[in-house]
Design a protein around this ligand. Structure first.
Ligand SMILES: [Zn+2]
Length: 86
């Protein structure tokens, strides 16, 4: 038997696998079907380009710190190796 569910947005009754899982492991699904979820996310991004930009900037800043830390560690290792070879 295939479980069905009514989408909270488009009110269409669809198979359960048409709904995104809330989290893995649990058998819980989103109230809206995947088509509605995707459309809503797209509309949200269009309506809030500022928030999307902030998110990208935060990601960049975070990664720049990570790259800086990595480079510093690499430089220290290189310096230590040079000191040893002398
Ligand atoms: Zn729907």
């Amino acid at each position: 038997m295939i479980a069905h569910r009514t989408c909270s947005r488009c009110k269409a009754t669809k198979e359960l696998n048409e709904f995104f899982l809330v989290s893995r492991g649990l058998n819980r699904r989103r109230a809206a079907c995947s088509a509605c979820e995707v459309a809503a996310r797209k509309a949200n991004r269009k309506a809030n380009p500022e928030r999307e930009r902030t998110y990208i900037n935060d990601w960049r800043r975070f990664n720049r710190e990570k790259v800086k830390a990595y480079n510093a560690a690499y430089y220290q290792r290189k310096k230590a190796r040079l000191a040893q070879s002398k």
